[in-house]
Design a protein around this ligand. Structure first.
Ligand code: NAP
Length: 289
């Protein structure tokens, strides 16, 4: 099988790319602004370059891991979010259809309103912010236009990554510098270790699954408790972490508070064990970048 990971310089794309290489798969990865060794430069909005690259790679599967992922930036720059996240994704779907390849869309529990999480694959979306709304548009586009697809929703993905901008990477960096950190105690979700996620995703692809799946950590927690546990696992000072409410943070985009994902459908088909956040953090401690 030939794999094309678009956005392989990012956290999730990077983990997927690495897991595919570990399995000796034929894989091409792309970057956009952060040059990555062995990968190709690609802008999902440069249609002619995209179609040329996909023709050259002739993949069986395209992982759409590219995107504008800062939720508050999407809120302040909705047109740019639409251009990159929605139009860019539509370009990838068109390229996948031309190549007779499966498209894998990375979606999020931010498509839900956070009133009654964790959410099942059958629950109806009701996004609170631009990022979540654009993910809903992407899901609808993929489900109606793609010849072959997987929509994989995940949440609060953490672990080692080249740039180190995920929640836990930033937290560990700040704590190791002795800096105080404010973390909301009212945002509940199911944190997802990136290497566990990528292995599960690759298994879904290898089994030629189609449709919507949830792939996340298997235990629920709030962000504050998660941060404190991370500090303990990594031997850092958890007293630097201060619990606040989401409202105190005055973030531009509204957050779904009671979020997270139910995994029943995914567990029925996967043999990869989805880790809870305690096991995920311990595995991260033992893993290298
Ligand atoms: N992280 C999470 O907790 C989470 C949860 C649910 C869903 N998701 C979704 O999963 C996907 C990957 O997320 P992530 O956390 O890995 O994001 P990330 O670390 O921010 O990576 C984003 C990737 O997109 C690339 N990119 C940005 N603009 C591009 C463009 N115009 N053309 C081509 N590539 C472009 C970036 O390249 P450069 O870095 O080289 O610029 C990078 O490789 C996103 O769709 C995100 O919405 C993430």
């Amino acid at each position: 099988m030939k794999h094309l990971v678009v956005g392989a310089s990012g956290q999730i794309g990077g983990a997927v790319y690495k897991s595919l290489l570990e399995k000796n798969q034929d894989v091409m990865g792309t970057w956009f602004s952060q040059p990555a060794r062995g990968m190709r430069k690609l802008d999902v909005n440069d249609r002619s370059r995209l179609f040329k690259l996909v023709k050259e790679a002739s993949p069986d599967v395209i992982y759409a891991c590219a995107g504008m992922t800062n939720v508050d930036r999407c809120e302040s720059e909705p047109k740019e979010s639409f251009r990159i996240n929605v139009v860019g994704l539509a370009n990838l779907v068109e390229a996948a259809n031309r190549a007779d390849a499966k498209i894998v869309l990375l979606s999020s529990d931010y498509i839900f309103d956070g009133a009654k999480g964790p959410y099942d694959v059958t629950d109806l979306p009701n996004p609170l912010n631009v990022y979540g709304y654009h993910k809903v548009l992407c899901e609808q586009h993929v489900a109606t236009v793609a010849k072959s697809f997987l929509i994989v929703r995940t949440t609060v993905v953490y672990g080692w990554e080249a740039v180190g901008k995920n929640f836990i990477a930033r937290l560990l960096h700040k704590l190791s510098q002795g800096q105080k950190v404010k973390v909301p105690s009212d945002q509940i979700g199911s944190p997802t270790y990136n290497r566990n996620f990528s292995r599960a995703l690759i298994e879904l692809v290898s089994k030629d699954e189609q449709g919507v799946f949830h792939v996340s950590g298997s235990t629920q927690t709030d962000r504050y408790a998660f941060a404190v546990r991370a500090a303990q696992v990594f031997g850092l000072d958890s007293r630097l972490i201060h619990a606040v409410s989401t409202a105190d943070l005055k973030q531009k985009a509204r957050r779904p508070l009671k979020a997270g994902l139910k995994l029943d459908k995914t567990r029925d088909v996967l043999s990869t064990k989805l880790l809870g956040y305690e096991d995920g953090l311990r595995q991260m401690l033992n893993d290298e970048l």
